[in-house]
Write a protein that binds this ligand. Sequence first.
Ligand SMILES: C[S@@+](CC[C@H](N)C(=O)[O-])C[C@H]1O[C@@H](n2cnc3c(N)ncnc32)[C@H](O)[C@@H]1O
Length: 356
Amino acid sequence: MEIMNAGMGETSYAKNSKVQLKVISMTMPIIEEAITNLYYNSTSPSSLVIADFGCSSGPNTLFAVSELIKVVEKLRRQQGQQSPEYQVFLNDLPENDFNVIFKLLPSFQKKFSSQLGVDAGSFFFSGVPGSFYGRLFPKKSLHFTFSSYSLHWLSQVPEHLENNKRSIYISSTSPPNVAKAYYAQFQKDFSMFLKSRAEELAVGGRMVLTFLGRKSEDPSTKECCYIWEVLAIALCDMVDKGLIGEEKLDSFNLPHYAPSASEVKSVVLMENYFSIDRLEVSELKWSSMFGERNFSEAVADLAMCVRAVVEPFLVSHFGDAIIEEVFRKYKEILAGSVCKESSSIMNVTISLTKRG
Ligand SMILES: C[S@@+](CC[C@H](N)C(=O)[O-])C[C@H]1O[C@@H](n2cnc3c(N)ncnc32)[C@H](O)[C@@H]1O
């Protein structure tokens, strides 16, 4: 299974994950609400075991968890209680660049300790390599878990997508079996994720999950398919230039599924391990990512963000010779088609409590 671009270089995920960082910030109030409820329902816990599923490597990894700990510290101060000890597990696939995180830890821990103050409990970080589509922890050992922008990655490319010509995901021109195969794979994977976490979370434990998703019930909507449609057009351009074969493109599909809120809900209800505390769709407009930069810089950033996520999948199928040209074309198409005002991505966030 491929992972995001490793290391700290120009095309790395660590340097190109601003969209995901913004999404963590946007969904933080839901995480805050869940950890607050967990804290109030457990009488002065002496330890808090937290796990991040699909942590990747880079600044986002430690941002989410440190925000979470700050919330607990604020709560326990308000209550005049002692700080719990924090055990933090950072999970990702074994291929993830855990060393980037481990190298950031000493300076992070020093800075974070001084921010929290001397009366804060100790915190202990560990990396947990393995697929979250299976068991990773002992039974009932976790209190709070979250996952941001990881669960839309499937365990594998669905089978029987041979007729998905000149597309790399569900598109408006894909035959109906394509969307069906993707949804079936998503249901199977997400069920397995819930089953595994249901065993690992203590009763009353919380879980907040954010997917790159969609508001529409149509799986081929531009809301979630646009970034991949542009990539498919860039790859078709490589075919037209004779740089890759047509069959090579037709046999490439992404192991990705952007679910709607109701699809996420229906798997949770079907498995019945968790009660649903909140289910929300939020929208991130590209224009809000522009900041001080001009349009072409923002487009270059967006292209780099997609590249950091998807390059390893492309390299393993097509080789690395075409990568620069694919992303030059990708940027060119984006620049011609992204409408500053209306282009956005949708996030589906669900907040859950483990049933007794
Ligand atoms: C787009 S990154 C998101 C990282 C981080 N949570 C953030 O918000 O920036 C998705 C991460 O999920 C990881 N991932 C994908 N499938 C996984 C699986 N089956 N088990 C564990 N991690 C997985 C990838 O390796 C990648 O690091």
